[in-house]
Ligand binder design. Structure first.
Ligand code: ADP
Ligand code: MG
Length: 593
């Protein structure tokens, strides 16, 4: 053997390994899921590289995963023909943490301490490579990258803060490319090294891996062989026992070992939507995106014609960014495939506008070139058409939630993504017609449950022309504003815009079903009850009072006017027709400091 060099794990890694081993103690079998998912990622990466560098695929090696067990010694080997790792990558990838799955796990662990969630939940996270130590005393990673002409072996042990790396010198162990993991199981976990056990786990955990997974299985076939009859038997049969030995045929079972394909490799999105159950869609979602909660909705469709692609989209049940964070369009939420080859999940608004960037899913196109680059994506007419269709489907899916029997679903959706849709009203004029019916607001007649604009319109008075709203910082202060008095008296419903972004969104919409949005705090509010004669009379009577008040207030107000909009308050401060509403002014002030 070549000399091995010793390395120390980054401090967080040691801590993480302890955490994994302790918290997943009752859920050890996830190790196989994690290692298969790494193998599958490595194959994806290689296949992707092969698009632009076909020579790395031309070695006649299939893209697959092979799992072999040695039950007598308690050893499992998992071999993939993927991208492999260079020596430096071994150090970077297996000696430090920078990975998303593990970060998510740490966060969940932290949250669960507060919330008291059980470790079963955590078991559903991607905890990554170190889960190998749940069951292994020692882990060996022998790996060959196309970037390097040497193969290296990484060796780590449970409960150790160091690992070693050496060059692979045993010719029998050289791989054409890819990675072989050898797990030397702990005494109590040797049971995992049974072919049937592994087969069951693969079927259970890796049904959505799109590369073939073979397991090493014992098989048998029956064959007929000729054997000698023994003399006594021959005699019994009335044959001459002294003559040449008689033959007979006998059936025997020949045992042998061979690779057996253990998973179904057709991607779920290629199947007909009629044949896929909701459970399968949800499982696919959880496994693909490392989620532990079911999605709120899903949509599986194929488009044909101008461009052809298949897609499964999901609405996650919680916004990963939290309700109040700024929308980040750079998510890894959409996985793009071209003709089944995984291309990228690194998008920045190419497939969905940023206000819909919470949508997760896969898109598989037959029309894009395999070596599609970011530039191509941004300029492609095909991508523009895809984006249009995807957005439309996303809206249909959201609308589906809003029409669901289960009202809680849309409440949940609105709570998580209401802000996103309001942002859509500001940023996506083209889709106003789709966005507006999805909005929800409190109102003067519904201050506990939100209503839709359709509900508002249905509740309008026969002669009411406009949709009234008041922007405020809370439902309580909206309810107490003097602007409401007259409208309440006339039993006109007023929307309460209490989220800072509401007012801007509404102003961008301008109208809904040909009814204008009207701010009841603006100066020229017309409730259709003008009585010109009476107004003239009052103006004459109180004109001088107004002049006097204006003189006293000077520049503090633009004008002082007689109003017919109040019923019990003596006066109210209103915004000018063209000025900002008081609420907007508050917002602008908050932004400029
Ligand atoms: P994650 O898969 O979330 O990135 P892991 O802890 O599972 O985190 O793996 C860490 C990294 O180690 C991977 O990102 C990858 O770069 C590398 N790696 C793990 N297994 C393999 C493999 N079989 N082939 C190539 N690289 C691998
Ligand atoms: Mg992983």
């Amino acid at each position: 053997d070549s000399p091995s060099e010793k390395f120390e794990y980054q401090a967080e890694v040691s801590r993480l390994m302890d955490l994994i081993v302790n918290s997943l103690y009752s859920n050890k079998e996830v190790f196989l899921r994690e290692l298969i998912s790494n193998a599958s990622d490595a194959l994806d990466k290689l296949r992707f590289l092969g698009v632009t560098q076909p020579e790395i695929l031309k070695d006649g090696v299939d893209l697959d995963i092979r799992i072999q067990t040695d039950k007598d010694n308690g050893v499992i080997t998992i071999t993939d023909s993927g991208i492999g790792m260079t020596r430096q990558e071994l150090v970077d990838c297996l000696g430090t943490i920078a990975q998303s799955g593990t970060a998510k796990f740490l966060k969940a662990l932290k949250d669960s301490k507060d919330a008291g969630a059980d470790s079963n939940l955590i078991g559903q996270f991607g905890v990554g490579f170190y889960s190998a130590f749940l069951v292994s005393e020692q882990v060996e990673v022998s790996t060959k990258s196309p970037k390097s002409d040497k193969q290296y072996v990484w060796v780590g042990e449970a409960n150790s803060s160091t690992y070693t790396i050496r060059e692979e010198t045993d010719p029998a162990k050289l791989l054409p490319r890819g990675t072989r993991l050898t797990l030397y199981l702990k005494r109590d976990d040797k049971g995992f090294a049974h072919p049937e056990r592994i087969e069951k786990l693969v079927k259970n955990y890796s049904q959505f891996v799109s590369f073939p997974i073979y397991t090493w299985q014992e098989k048998g076939y029956t064959k007929e062989v000729e054997v000698d009859k023994d003399p006594a038997e021959a005699k019994n049969d009335g044959e001459d026992a002294t003559a040449e030995k008689k033959k007979k045929t006998k059936k025997i079972v020949e045992k042998y070992w061979d690779w057996e394909l253990t998973n179904e490799t057709q991607p779920i999105w290629l199947r007909s939507p009629k044949e896929v159950s909701k459970e399968e869609y949800n499982e696919f979602y959880k496994k693909t995106f490392n989620e532990y909660l079911e999605p709120l909705a899903s949509s599986h469709f194929t488009t044909e014609g101008e461009v052809e692609f298949r897609s499964i989209l999901y609405v996650p049940s919680v916004s990963p960014m939290g309700k109040d964070d700024i929308v980040n369009p750079k998510t890894k939420n959409i996985r793009l495939y071209v003709k089944r080859v995984f291309i990228s999940d690194d998008f920045d608004g190419e497939l969905f506008p940023r206000y819909l960037s919470f949508i997760k899913g896969i898109v598989d196109s037959n029309d894009l070139p395999l070596n599609v680059s970011r530039e191509i994506l941004q300029e492609s007419r095909i991508v523009r058409i895809m984006r249009k269709r995807l957005v439309r489907k996303a809206f249909e899916m959201i609308q589906g939630i809003s029409l669901s029997e289960n009202k809680d679903d849309y409440d949940k959706f609105w709570e998580n993504y209401g802000k996103h849709l309001k942002l859509g009203c500001i940023e996506d004029r083209e889709n106003h017609k789709r966005l507006a019916p999805l909005l929800r607001f409190f109102s003067s007649q519904s201050d506990e449950f939100t209503i839709s604009l359709d509900e508002y319109v249905e509740n309008m008075k026969p002669d009411q022309k406009d949709i009234y709203y008041i922007a405020s910082d809370s439902v309580t202060s909206a309810k107490n504003t003097p602007f409401l008095e007259k409208l309440l008296e006339k039993d006109l419903e007023v929307l309460f815009l209490v989220d800072p972004i509401d007012e801007v969104a509404i102003q961008n919409l301008k109208s809904y079903k040909e009814k204008n949005f009207v701010d009841i705090s603006k100066e020229d509010l017309d409730l259709g009850d003008k009585n010109e004669d009476k107004e003239k009379e009052i103006k004459q009577e109180f004109g001088q009072t107004c002049d006097w008040i204006k003189k006293r207030l000077g520049d503090k107000v633009a004008s002082v006017q007689i109003s017919n909009r109040l019923s019990s308050s003596p006066c109210v401060l209103v915004s000018g027709k063209f000025g900002w509403s008081a609420n907007m002014e508050r917002l602008m002030k908050a932004q400029t400091v």
